[in-house]
Design a protein around this ligand. Structure first.
Ligand SMILES: [Fe+2]
Length: 341
């Protein structure tokens, strides 16, 4: 079994290390699908008409030769650059078609994972008018607030845009590996701090029998790979409890530097999602964010609407044992076979 070796801080290496400006000049991460592939997706939507999205297997959502492209994209998200933006051109999907499309394509990308204590497998991401600060079980995706850089659960996440807001709501993604390397270069002392445990608030979503907080490093080196787990909101919110230690000055300084680098346009990539676009990203090598947005009218029924899957990769990397305690990654230990190193 591999061991967690946080005392030996090595820079991350490989295709997961990139900067936004490097990618902004290339379209390698943007996948414009062909007319034939779009027709295949439409055919799959017709073939699955009337079916409950969550009952569909890949065979129930037949996309023909596009399946090979999805297999290659899956590898790119799981083991390469760590994300891609698929432009399907299908911008007029109704809610039920959008559910079948993300779920159906998700079947080719991985195994859907539960996303909360209610065991939801497919989440709607929209502003529900709730207040993150007043209700302890509210999560940021249920609000219109800016979402600072964080990762989701599962090996990879998939986010389909069904309807975009009229103002704001830009998507940002950064290579956590590149950011970690920069912290290691500038402040190795703070890089070390980030490999020590932090307490995260589970927002009422802890796994059964687990405490409402989780303590684990923001960066962990395990089995030859760096893994990130970061949600500053939830680390700060965990401080509401007297049961856990106060954040130290060094921890705060380390997170401030991490945030500063993620927010820096010379590190992150910024892009706009249009209806029909699906972004797929790696939760261990990238962090993502979105700017605040405004909906046309809170009750108009025309709100920004995204659908989200968390997916497990059958042949994914061996995971740090500390992840077993988390709601984001814990289910992966049971639903996927991991590579034995
Ligand atoms: Fe997210």
């Amino acid at each position: 079994m591999p061991t967690t070796t946080n005392d030996n801080l090595k820079p991350a290496q490989g295709t997961s290390c990139w900067t936004g400006p490097q990618l902004a000049g290339s379209s390698s991460w943007i996948v414009e699908i062909s007319d034939a592939d779009r027709a295949a997706i439409k055919h799959a939507l017709d073939a699955s008409e009337g079916r409950d999205a969550l009952s569909l297997t890949a065979a129930d959502f037949p996309v023909g030769a596009f399946a090979e492209n999805l297999a290659a994209l899956r590898r790119e998200a799981a083991f390469g650059t760590g994300f891609f933006l698929l432009r399907t051109g299908l911008g007029d999907l109704n809610e039920e078609q959008a559910r079948r499309m993300i779920w159906g394509m998700g079947q080719y990308l991985g195994i859907p994972q539960i996303q909360d204590a209610r065991r939801t497998l497919l989440h709607d991401v929209r502003d529900t008018g709730v207040d993150l600060k007043k209700q302890p079980d509210v999560r940021t995706y249920q609000t219109n607030e800016a979402q600072p850089f964080h990762n989701d659960g599962g090996d990879i996440f998939a986010l389909l845009c069904r309807r975009q807001s009229t103002g704001g709501g830009r998507s940002l993604i950064v290579s956590a590996h590149t950011v970690f390397n920069e912290i290691l270069r500038r402040r190795p002392d703070l890089a070390k701090v980030l490999t020590e445990p932090f307490y995260f608030d589970a927002r009422g979503q802890a796994l059964p029998g687990r405490p409402w907080y989780q303590a684990l490093p923001i960066f962990q080196y395990y089995g030859g790979h760096w893994f990130v787990m970061y949600k500053r909101h939830y680390i700060d919110l965990a401080q509401r409890s007297d049961e856990i230690p106060r954040l130290t000055d060094a921890q705060i300084e380390a997170m401030d530097l991490l945030d500063e680098l993620c927010d820096d346009p010379s590190f992150h990539l910024s892009f706009e999602m249009s209806p029909g676009d699906m972004v797929v990203g790696n939760n261990f090598t990238t962090l993502h964010a979105r700017t605040a947005f405004t909906d046309p009218e809170p009750t108009s029924g025309e709100k920004r609407h995204m659908l989200r899957l968390w997916l497990g990769i059958e042949d994914g990397l061996a995971l740090p044992p500390a992840f077993a305690e988390t709601r984001e990654f814990g289910p992966l230990f049971e639903t996927t076979k991991r590579i034995a190193i």
